[in-house]
Design a protein around this ligand. Structure first.
Ligand code: ATP
Length: 238
C-alpha cells in the first residue's frame, strides 16, 4: 500500500541554518503519527514545509502519490492537507462561525460546509454555545479547539496538528487529546507534533523522536512509550 504521506531525506534551511537535516518517514491512511523531541528539533519547520509555507532545501515529499515540489500553501490545502499551526493563527476579530467558514474557503458545497460546522459544534459543544463570539476573546483551550475545527473544515485527507496542548490546563489538554482520539476512531489521518510525549505516544500508531534536525529513533507509539531513552529524556523519568 502506498503511504498517504511519504517524506524522503527532507532538508530545510533558514539561510545558513539547517533546521531539518534529511529526515524520512511515512504516514499511512488512517493512522496517527507523532513527531516528538526537544525545543528547536525542527518539528514545526517540518510541518510548515509539508504545508507549503517553506521550501525544502532537499529531499522529496509525496502526498497521495503526487510530488509536492515546493508548490504553494493554497494548492497543498486543495490537495487535502490541512495544518492547525502552533500559536493557532485565528482571525481574532471574526466570530467562531466565521473562522470555521474560512477553513472551508475552497469548498463549493454550502450545505456540506454547514453540516461540517455543525459537526465541529458536536465535537466541541463550547464552540457552538459561543458561535457569535470573536475568536480573539476565547480562552487558550477554546482557541485550540477552534483551530482544530477550522483545519477540519477543509475535509482534509491529512490533518497536521502543531502542539495542540501548548499552554493548556491539564483538563483542557485531556479534552484536546480525547478529541484527537475521537478523530482517529473516525478514521482521520493525523500527523501530530507534541511536547507532551506521553499523551502523543499513547495515541499514536507510530512515532519519531527528533533531535537537532534529525530523526534519532522511530517505533510504534507503544514501543517508544516503553523505550528507556525516551522515558528518561521525554517522560521525565530518572
Ligand atoms: P519547538 O518545540 O520549540 O517549537 P521545533 O522542534 O518545532 O521546536 P523548529 O521551530 O522547527 O523546532 O525550529 C528548528 C530550528 O530552526 C531552531 O533552531 C530554530 O531556532 C530555527 N528556526 C525556526 N524558525 C526560524 C526562522 N524563521 N529563522 C531562522 N531560524 C529559525
Amino acid at each position: 500500500m502506498t503511504a498517504l504521506l511519504q517524506v524522503e531525506d527532507l532538508k530545510v534551511a533558514y539561510g545558513k541554518i539547517e533546521a531539518v537535516k534529511g529526515i524520512s518517514f511515512t504516514v499511512q491512511q488512517g493512522e496517527v503519527v507523532t513527531l516528538i523531541g526537544t525545543n528547536g528539533a525542527g518539528k514545526t519547520t517540518t510541518l510548515r514545509t509539508l504545508s507549503g509555507l517553506l521550501k525544502p532545501a532537499g529531499g522529496k515529499i509525496f502526498f497521495d502519490g503526487t510530488p509536492l515540489n515546493g508548490i504553494g500553501a493554497h494548492k497543498v490545502v486543495a490537495m487535502g492537507l490541512a495544518h492547525s499551526p502552533e500559536g493557532r493563527r485565528l482571525f481574532p476579530r471574526l466570530t467562531i462561525t466565521e473562522n470555521l467558514q474560512l477553513g472551508a474557503f475552497l469548498r463549493k458545497d454550502p450545505d456540506g460546509v454547514q453540516q461540517d460546522i455543525n459537526m465541529c459544534y458536536d465535537l466541541f459543544p463550547i464552540l457552538g454555545e459561543r458561535r457569535k463570539q470573536a475568536a480573539g476573546t476565547l480562552s487558550g483551550g477554546e482557541q485550540q479547539m477552534l483551530a482544530m475545527g477550522r483545519a477540519l473544515m477543509s475535509r482534509p485527507k491529512l490533518l497536521m496538528l502543531d502542539e495542540p496542548s501548548m499552554g493548556l490546563s491539564p483538563i483542557m489538554m485531556q479534552k484536546i487529546m480525547e478529541t484527537i482520539r475521537e478523530l482517529k476512531a473516525q478514521g482521520t489521518t493525523i500527523l501530530l507534533v507534541e511536547q507532551n510525549a506521553q499523551a502523543a505516544l499513547s495515541i499514536a500508531n507510530h512515532g519519531h523522536v527528533m533531535e537537532v534536525g534529525k530523526i534519532v529513533l522511530s517505533g510504534t507509539g507503544e514501543e517508544l512509550l516503553h523505550d528507556e531513552s525516551v522515558r528518561k529524556a521525554y517522560l521525565g523519568e530518572d
